[in-house]
Ligand binder design. Structure first.
Ligand code: HEC
Length: 124
């Protein structure tokens, strides 16, 4: 009995420690979805895009960086301090949407790391 109790305690802690995919998707929608298409794709979202969709970000990260950690670092760094010279998107993206504003103070590093795994793991 004691064993079962401690086992379920361990499992409970593990579940709490790692946010579910749905929670991370909701976080991505809340923090980045105002501009980037994140989560469910709808007609309204497609016609209201203020920035490239998340799969375009993932594609750029994959083309430029080999290691998973480098892709995540690029997304975290860009979200906090976006500048024109760091842009992987072409000039046309900037002309269409402008350069992304910094999200410093609006999202934590840990949140962007979680969002990055969501952006990068969805395969298109
Ligand atoms: C207020 C609008 C806005 C929000 C909110 C926003 N972005 Fe962006 N983002 C943009 C725009 C516009 C671009 C395209 C221009 C550019 O690359 O800077 C962009 C581009 C990017 C790029 C690619 C940069 C490049 O050119 O290489 C990354 C990575 C990125 N965003 C990550 C994020 C993440 C992660 C979030 C949420 C935590 C987020 N953005 C929230 C507007 C936004």
């Amino acid at each position: 009995m004691k064993k079962i109790v401690s086992l379920s305690l361990i499992i409970g802690t593990l579940v709490l420690a790692s946010a579910s995919d749905a929670e991370i998707e909701a976080l991505a929608v809340a923090k980045c979805g105002e501009c980037h298409l994140m989560g469910e794709i709808t007609k309204e979202k497609l016609s209201n895009m203020k920035a490239p969709p998340y799969w375009a970000i993932a594609k750029k990260a994959r083309e430029k960086y080999e290691k998973e950690e480098d892709k995540i670092k690029y997304i975290v760094d860009y979200a906090f301090s976006p500048t024109e010279d760091k842009m992987l998107f072409p000039k046309e993206t900037k002309e269409k949407f402008g350069v992304m504003p910094s999200l410093k103070g609006k999202v934590t590093q840990e949140e962007i790391r979680q969002i990055s795994t969501y952006i990068l793991e969805k395969k298109f």
